[in-house]
Design a protein around this ligand. Structure first.
Ligand code: ADP
Length: 490
C-alpha cells in the first residue's frame, strides 16, 4: 500500500506566502468599513500603487468606478453582512493612473467568536482578456448570423432549389423553391425523402459521384431526374460543393437547376434529326445508285468529271447523314459493336491512306511500333474514330502542314496507345470538357463546317469498347487526342 505523505515535508514544499503574493488573482482584505488592510503583489501591480499609498489609506470604494461604488454600498456590503459571502460580481477596478479594468470579485466575511464581522477577504480576477474573447466571439457570431441571413435571403429569391447538408447527411437548410417542388412542409423534408424521389438508375450514378468525385475534388455536377408531385420525372442539373471551411451545419452546399425544358428541346431536336436523316437516307442512296450506273456508260470527259464530283459530294452528304443516325443509335443505347480480331497497325495504315486522298494541305505522318498489335474491337468503328479525329486535326490546323499519328505499345499494361497530334488552333480550357457533348462546337470554331457530333460519337464508340478519348491542348500550339485499346491475346 502507498505510504501517506509526510505532512511536514509537504508543508515545507508549499510556500503559502509566495503563492498568496504571486497568485494570478489579486487578493485584498478590508475592514467592515471598507478600509484596505492587506493586498497581494499581483493586485498592487495591477493597481499601480505603492503599498504605503494604499494600506489604511484607501477604502475599497476608492478603487471602484463610480457605478461600482454605488453598487458596492447598495448590494455588496449588505450581502456580505447577511450572507457572509458573495460570488463573482462584475466590477470595473480603477488604477492609480485612472485607467480601469474589468474584474470578477468574490468575497468571504471573517467573523469573531460572537459572529461579528471582522473583515472581508476578496479575490479579484482580471477578465480583460476574457471580455475581449467574448466580444470577438460575439462579433464572429453576429457576422456568421448576418452572413447566414444574407445567404438565406439570396437563396429564397433564387429560382433554383438550394440546400445545405451537414456531416451526418441531414438537411440543415433548404429554400422555398425546394419546398415548392417537393410539396412538403418545411419540417418534413429530409435527404431520405429527396433521395427516394430520384430516378432509380440516376440514384446509383449520384452515389458513385458523391463517393468518388466529392471525395477527390470536393465538388461535382450531375444531371438527374427527380419525381415531381404530379408523379412525373423532371430533369435537373445538380451542383454540389464542399465549402473550404465547412461548419457543423454545412458540409455540402448544393443547387438543383431545372433543365427539363432544355432536355425536352434537345429531345425534340434529336427526334426531328432522326426523322429527317432517315427520310434523307433513301433518296440519297437511290441518287448514288443512279450516278454509279451512269458511270458505267461512255460519256464525254466533262460529264465524267461532273459525275465524279457529284459522287464525291454525295459521299460527304452520306457521311453527315450517318453521323446523325449514329447519334440516334447512341441516344437510344443501341450502339452495338461488331467485334473481330484484327491488326491495329493494318487498320491504321489503311485508314490513314484513305485520308491522305482527302487532303492536299496536310501531310499525315504515321509512326507505328514494329510489332503487330492485335486487338478485338469493331474495326469499322475504330476506323471511324480515327477518321473523325484526323479530320478534325486537319480542319482545325489551317496554318499547319502536318498531322502526326502515333501507335505505341505499353508493355506494362499490354495496351496499344494511339495519339493524333496536330499543330493547330488548340482548344480553350473552358471548352475542353464540353467538346465531347453532342452538338457542342467551340465558339471560335463555328466558322468551320461541322455538326459538333464527331467527338460525341467517337467518345461513345470508345466507351463502348471500355476505353476513353482524352485530350490535351494548348491554344495556338495544337491538340493531342489519345485513346488506348487492350492487346488481344489468345
Ligand atoms: P465538329 O468538328 O463537327 O464541330 P466535333 O464533335 O468533331 O464536331 O468537335 C467538337 C468541337 O471540338 C469542334 O467544334 C471544335 O471546336 C473542337 N475541336 C475538335 N477537334 C479539335 C482540334 N483538333 N483542334 C481544335 N479544336 C477541336
Amino acid at each position: 500500500m502507498a505510504q501517506l505523505p509526510d505532512q511536514d515535508l509537504l508543508a515545507s514544499l508549499v510556500d503559502t506566502e509566495f503563492i498568496y503574493q504571486n497568485s494570478p488573482s489579486g487578493y485584498l482584505s478590508i475592514l467592515p468599513d471598507g478600509t484596505i488592510i492587506r493586498l497581494n503583489h499581483t493586485l498592487l501591480n495591477w493597481l499601480g500603487y505603492g503599498e504605503a499609498e494604499i494600506l489604511y489609506q484607501k477604502k475599497f470604494v476608492d478603487i471602484l468606478s463610480k457605478g461600482g461604488g454605488i453598487h458596492y454600498e447598495m448590494f455588496f456590503r449588505p450581502m456580505i453582512t447577511v450572507n457572509g459571502n458573495i460570488r463573482e460580481l462584475n466590477y470595473e477596478i480603477l488604477r492609480k493612473d485612472h485607467s480601469s479594468f474589468p474584474a470578477l470579485i468574490s468575497g468571504q466575511g471573517i467573523y469573531d467568536k460572537s459572529g461579528k464581522l471582522q473583515a472581508v477577504t476578496l479575490a479579484i480576477t482580471d477578465i480583460t482578456q476574457r471580455n475581449l474573447y467574448e466580444k470577438e466571439l460575439l462579433k464572429a457570431k453576429e457576422q456568421a448570423k448576418s452572413e447566414k441571413e444574407r445567404f438565406e435571403n439570396l437563396a429564397e429569391m433564387s429560382p433554383e432549389m438550394i440546400w445545405t447538408i451537414n456531416g451526418e447527411g441531414q438537411l440543415t437548410y433548404y429554400n422555398q423553391e425546394t419546398v415548392k417542388y417537393f410539396r412538403v412542409s418545411k419540417k418534413a423534408l429530409s435527404t431520405h425523402e429527396i433521395f427516394s424521389r430520384i430516378y432509380p438508375s440516376d440514384k446509383i450514378k449520384l452515389l458513385r459521384k458523391w463517393l468518388v468525385d466529392d471525395y477527390v475534388h470536393a465538388h461535382f455536377t450531375i444531371v438527374l431526374r427527380i419525381l415531381n408531385t404530379s408523379l412525373t420525372y423532371e430533369w435537373f442539373k445538380v451542383n454540389v460543393i464542399v465549402p473550404e471551411k465547412y461548419t457543423n451545419d454545412i458540409k455540402w452546399f448544393g443547387t438543383c437547376s431545372s433543365i427539363n425544358e432544355h432536355i425536352k428541346a434537345m429531345k425534340r431536336k434529336d427526334d426531328f434529326i432522326n426523322m429527317a436523316s432517315h427520310e434523307l437516307k433513301t433518296p440519297v442512296t437511290v441518287l448514288q445508285s443512279y450516278l454509279q450506273l451512269m458511270q458505267l456508260y461512255p460519256v464525254p470527259d466533262p460529264v465524267k468529271e461532273f459525275l465524279d464530283k457529284s459522287l464525291y459530294t454525295l459521299k460527304k452528304f452520306q457521311f453527315l447523314i450517318s453521323s446523325l443516325l449514329n447519334v440516334t443509335v447512341i441516344n437510344t443505347g443501341e450502339l452495338t459493336l461488331n467485334l473481330s480480331v484484327f491488326s491495329l497497325n493494318n487498320l491504321l495504315e489503311f485508314t490513314i491512306d484513305q485520308l491522305r486522298h482527302t487532303t492536299s494541305t496536310h501531310q499525315l505522318i504515321l509512326t507505328m511500333e514494329e510489332k503487330q498489335i492485335l486487338v478485338k474491337a469493331d474495326m469499322e468503328r475504330i476506323s471511324q474514330v480515327v477518321t473523325n479525329i484526323v479530320g478534325n486535326a486537319i480542319k482545325y490546323s489551317p496554318a499547319a502542314s502536318s498531322v502526326e499519328i502515333k501507335l505505341n505499345y505499353n508493355t506494362a499494361t499490354c495496351r496499344a496507345h494511339i495519339q493524333i497530334i496536330d499543330f493547330g488552333v488548340g482548344i480553350a480550357p473552358a471548352d475542353i470538357n464540353k467538346i465531347f457533348e453532342r452538338y457542342y462546337r467551340a465558339e471560335v470554331e463555328k466558322s468551320k463546317p461541322g455538326l459538333g457530333l464527331g467527338l460525341y460519337i467517337s467518345q461513345n464508340i470508345l466507351l463502348q469498347h471500355a476505353s476513353r478519348l482524352t485530350v490535351e491542348s494548348e491554344i495556338g500550339k495544337g491538340t493531342t487526342f489519345s485513346f488506348s485499346l487492350p492487346e488481344y491475346r489468345q
